[in-house]
Design a binder for this molecule. Structure first.
Ligand SMILES: O=C(O)CCC(=O)C(=O)O
Length: 285
């Protein structure tokens, strides 16, 4: 993350990484998605992991795009994005949840702004409670601290007039709650001038802190928007109630395995068990 990008992210709460996916990577992601769509047409695949298994059990589970294999596994840790995540989350960050949204002219959506620094999203915020949940943003001692960072990988060109990602730049540092009348917009004509619509090209990624007031602008494009969201937390933090089992995905790199760890104080090192960590601490003394 260079100096300009750090400055841009600090004052705006998001940034665009251009061309972070190659044409063949986009092709693989797109082919695997279209295969699923032929089997079952949905607006959202994967899950934000907020779905309980059933009301009668305390277990949680969530479908994941990682089951689709190929580039969906590679995306967990790609070199064009990893340095940004390390700057924004620190080392040993983890993948918290993943999903993919398909927007078409038949599914226009309503903008519902959520997030907002220092809990400014207020009581009705869907990313956390009045204290902002764990979707915090801080900058201290030369380092960014974020509770949840989203990477939105775009498979299609999306002009800012089409719709898609939008935010109130700088609102990740807001101290005053989002005025309720700004929260929802049924069409682009209703949008507040404070909302910035962000255009992207196929293969770009938008990285944003969930502390930012952001959402999806009602669609007025003629084509589709297919966006893959991978959301990361610091290693000891969880947003969703579910976590991954890396054993379900053979062939992962050591780094990918670390990122699929459940939350915990020792990040990627906790797989060896607490016993081996204590032994190492004793040896290091
Ligand atoms: O459509 C978008 O890019 C925004 C998605 C969003 O609001 C979120 O991931 O929390």
């Amino acid at each position: 993350m260079n100096e300009h990008e750090r400055y841009f992210f600090d004052i705006n709460g998001y940034l665009i990484v251009r061309n972070c996916l190659t044409k063949s990577q986009i092709g693989d992601l797109s082919d695997r998605l279209e295969k699923q769509r032929r089997q079952e047409s949905k607006d959202v695949y994967g899950s934000d992991r907020t779905v309980g298994l059933s009301v009668s059990t305390e277990e949680w589970t969530a479908p994941s795009l990682l089951e689709w294999g190929g580039m969906y596994l590679d995306l967990v840790d790609i070199p064009t994005i990893a340095p940004y995540l390390e700057s924004l989350l620190g080392v040993d960050y983890r993948l918290d949840h993943d999903y993919l949204a398909v927007i078409t002219p038949d599914t226009p959506r309503r903008l519902y702004l959520h997030g907002g620094g220092q809990g400014a999203g207020g009581e009705k915020d869907i990313v956390g409670t009045t204290d902002g949940g764990q979707c915090y943003f801080r900058y201290h001692d030369g380092r960014f601290f974020n509770g949840l960072v989203a990477v939105a990988f775009e498979l299609d060109d999306v002009s800012s007039d089409d719709g898609g990602f939008a935010c109130i730049p700088g609102s990740h540092k807001a101290n005053i709650p989002l005025p309720e009348d700004l929260r929802q917009s049924a069409s682009q004509d209703d949008l507040s001038s404070m909302v910035t619509k962000v255009g992207v090209s196929s293969g770009d990624a938008i990285i944003f802190t969930e502390a930012l007031s952001h959402g999806t602008v009602p669609w007025s494009g003629t084509g589709e928007r297919r966006t893959i969201f991978y959301k990361y937390t610091p290693h000891a933090v969880a947003w969703g109630p579910c976590f991954y089992n890396y054993r379900n995905y053979p062939g992962l790199t050591d780094n990918q395995i670390k990122m699929l760890n459940p939350p915990g104080a020792f990040g990627g090192n906790q797989r060896g068990g607490w016993g081996s960590i204590r032994e190492r601490q004793v040896q290091d003394k």
